[in-house]
Structure formats: C-alpha cells, structure tokens
Design a protein around this ligand. Structure first.
Ligand code: PGA
Length: 254
C-alpha cells in the first residue's frame, strides 16, 4: 500500500521565530485533529532543519525535509549542502527538481539524476518534482514532457529503489498562481505517470509509488484533488505557511 503524504514546501519564507511558532501550532492541531495515518512533512529552509527537527522531537508525527541538496558529496562547493550532511543530521526528506530550481538555477535531468542518487544513497526520501509549463499545456504536449522528465531522472533506478522515491506532479502554471489544476487534470496526469512507471518497473511497483499533486492546493480544493484514485496527497507551497490552512489540507486526505 502506498503512503498518503502531505508535504509543505515553505520555500524561502519565515524567520526562525516564526518557523517555531508555526510548527508549534501545527503539531498541536495534527495531534488533536488528524485521525488518518497521513504522513505530514514540512520542508523548511536549511538553517531551520535542525532547530525544527529538535522542536518536533524523536518519533514525531510531523517530519522535516530539505528543499534541495547538492549533487556532490563533500568538498569545495561553497554554499552547498550535501545529502550526506542531511542524513547525518537525521533529515528524512528532500525535495528535488522543483520547478523553481529548474527555472532559476538551471537544474536539468542530468543534474537531477546525480542528486537523486546522492539522496537515495543516503537513504533520504526524495520528493521528485515534475510538471509542464503553460505553453506546453497549451500545445497539448504536456503528457509527453512529464513522462520524459520522469524517465530521464528516475528510469536508471532499479525496481526496488524506485519505490523509495515520492513523485510530485506540479504543473508550473498552477504554482503560486491560485490556478489549480482540476481534479480531472491532476488524475489524468497522475494516471499517465503511474502507467509509465508500470511499463518500466511493473504494475505492482507502480502501484506502490506515492504521487503527490502540487500547485495552488488549498483547504477548499484539497479534498477533491486527494479523492482521485492516483493522487496520494499534496506538495503545498503558499498554503503551508498558515497552520490552520495546512492542517485542513492534511485533513483533506480520506
Ligand atoms: P503553491 O506551491 O502551493 O504555492 O502553488 C507549490 C509548490 O511550489 O510546491
């Protein structure tokens, strides 16, 4: 059975003090209100990883994740943080290939292969992001592009290892725009991704891989999106910065 996951992507937001306050509210609400086994993750800026992990405590219900890692393990790479470092700090998740990394930092599939391998090599769970820009959606070639993104970054893995990856489908036109994909558009693409995984790794492996939807997920659209058979939760940006909104999204998982 694949896991249901709701992960918040804080991006470059919040002071440390605000981060602690948000996590304190969030953990209280999750403990009181979330009755499902949904995995709840907050992907926070690098300097907050350890303070937030310590705040959450050992065996916490809410997990912490990073938003990126280096393709290198160690060395003279000023400003970079490696998967080995994240693992040594006990961080279980890392977002890789977010469209903002692809767009503003030139990340491409060959780089992402290295980052995915570093993360998996350290037993981190990568949340691998894929998704098409608006012009590709308008041309109608979005399924081909997303299949290609998944194939280029993940198809070198073995059937055993691919099951350790979480995929997030995030149409670029829906990120931070308030323009959510319809639940049907999300389901259609998730089914395409799962079918593509099945073709390469076999149907039972594909059935076990969590595929999250991201792009303007809100409390009022989460339930319908998460009710789709191939949507296993969400990767949430803006709405993860407010505890009440984020918890309502988590509660949108049946
Ligand atoms: P958004 O961002 O929820 O603010 O659209 C999603 C993401 O970038 O992961």
């Amino acid at each position: 059975m694949r896991k249901k996951i709701v992960a918040g992507n804080w991006k470059m937001n919040k002071t440390l003090e605000e981060a602690h306050a948000l996590v304190a509210e969030l953990t209280g609400m999750v403990a009181d209100e979330v009755k499902t086994p949904t995995e709840v993750v907050v992907c926070v800026p690098f300097p907050y990883l350890l303070p937030i992990k310590n705040q959450l405590g050992a065996g916490a219900r809410v997990k912490v994740g990073a938003q990126n890692c280096s393709e290198h393990e160690w060395g003279a790479y000023t400003g970079e943080t490696s998967a080995t470092m994240l693992a040594s700090a006990g961080i279980p998740y890392v977002i890789l290939g977010h469209s903002e990394r692809r767009q503003y930092f030139g990340e491409n599939s060959s780089l992402l292969v290295k980052k995915i391998d570093r993360a998996l090599g350290q037993k981190l769970t990568p949340i691998f992001c894929c998704g098409e820009p608006l012009e590709v959606r308008e041309k109608g070639t979005h399924e081909g592009l997303v299949k290609q993104q998944v194939e280029e970054a993940l198809f070198h893995l073995s059937a055993e290892v691919i099951q350790k990856v979480v995929i997030a489908y995030e149409p670029v036109w829906a990120i931070g725009t308030g323009k959510t994909a319809s639940s049907q558009q999300a389901q259609d693409m998730h089914a395409v991704i799962r079918q593509h995984l099945a073709g390469k790794f076999g149907p039972s492996v594909a059935q076990d891989i969590s595929i999250l939807y991201g792009g303007s997920v809100k409390a009022d659209n989460a339930k319908e999106l998460f009710a789709q058979p191939d949507v296993d939760g969400g990767l949430v940006g803006g709405a993860s910065l407010k505890s009440r909104e984020f918890v309502e999204i988590v509660k949108g998982v049946a």
